[in-house]
Write a protein that binds this ligand. Structure first.
Ligand SMILES: C[S@@+](CC[C@H](N)C(=O)[O-])C[C@H]1O[C@@H](n2cnc3c(N)ncnc32)[C@H](O)[C@@H]1O
Length: 301
């Protein structure tokens, strides 16, 4: 099957959706991936994103979810790229044994498709998001969902649940190494919810790796200034300045690698960073706490 065939929807006309504010944020990342793919210097090269976006009625979403500033695209795509690289490293290191991949808060992201060339019969992959997002995903990306039936090498499942629910964890193999991916999730959980989730997962699996992004406490403290969420009820709740605090969620969890967005998107006065605190972002960038405004963490257990 040609890759471009895989995201053709089974529906006609843009789909009108009614999602909660935090669920809506998955359109922001899709929008950025689509714009990135159209740019001559595309970071991620997600050729499907625009086609998926075209199937959705964008008027159903808050207009702030479609920022015109390309620096949001840069932030989102370098984040996805780095996480993809860490995934590949894990998949290659465990190519000859059964493993499980748990992609939390998958939204409409096609990481499973991007990394499929690195997944053999040994991989059981779960994409998970809230039920409403998963319903939409099923309508927009039907071929990936039914891929298991067509291709026995691809053990894929899509689960609709909140990460804070207890039930779904039983779907995750507990007797093999587990790769946990969470992109754009933990900042929306409270610190209590986030650490409880990590604790449950680490207790559940024999061993594994967690790759995730965080936002710094500066973005929590001044969150009301964020243009992205103006007029919405979306709030980021878990600010992290030190990845070791995330590792404290469970004694077996160890921080292995940290990547700062400040280094991925360098520039004086945050010139390459998204203007997440509005026009005052360059001023905020002078504060010491700006250093960790965004981080990517790799942890092992
Ligand atoms: C910023 S989007 C990121 C989506 C995707 N990872 C991406 O990069 O395109 C945040 C996602 O987190 C999901 N989410 C937020 N809270 C959640 C929860 N409690 N359980 C499951 N998913 C959640 C939302 O539904 C949304 O799809």
């Amino acid at each position: 099957m040609a890759p471009s065939d895989e995201v053709k929807g089974s529906v006609s006309g843009p789909i009108r959706v009614k999602l909660s504010p935090v669920e809506e944020t998955m359109i922001l990342t899709l929008w950025s991936r689509a714009r990135d793919a159209a740019s001559p210097n595309s970071v991620l090269g997600d050729i499907h994103a625009q086609r998926i976006l075209d199937r959705v009625d964008v008027d159903s979403f808050s207009p702030t979810m479609f920022p015109s500033d390309h620096r949001y695209d840069d932030y989102i795509t370098v984040r996805a790229k780095q996480l993809d690289e860490w995934c590949k490293t894990f998949l290659e290191a465990h190519a000859h044994e059964p493993i499980a991949v748990l992609h939390l808060a998958c939204g409409l992201d096609l990481r499973a498709m991007r990394l499929r060339p690195f997944c053999g019969e040994n991989v059981h992959w779960i994409d998970l998001d809230r039920p409403e997002v998963v319903n939409l995903r099923r309508r927009l990306i039907p071929d990936l969902i039914s891929a298991k039936a067509k291709d026995r090498e691809w053990d894929y499942r899509l689960v609709g649940a909140s990460v804070t629910d207890e039930s779904w964890i039983e779907e995750v193999h507990h007797d093999r190494p587990l790769l946990i991916i969470a992109e754009g999730l933990f900042p929306y959980l409270t610190p209590g919810e986030g650490t409880a989730l990590l604790r449950r997962l680490v207790k559940h699996a024999a061993s594994g790796c967690v790759i995730m992004d965080t936002v710094g406490t500066i973005l929590i403290r001044y969150g009301s200034l964020m243009p992205l969420f103006r007029g919405t009820t979306v709030r980021m709740k878990w600010g992290v300045d030190d990845g070791e605090d995330v590792a404290k969620s469970h004694p077996d969890l160890h921080l292995v690698e940290t990547v700062l967005f400040r280094d991925l998107l360098p520039g004086m006065f945050a010139s390459a960073a998204p203007p997440c605190l509005g026009i005052l972002t360059p001023v905020f960038s002078l504060l010491p706490s700006w250093k960790t405004y965004g981080q990517l963490l790799r942890l092992e257990f």
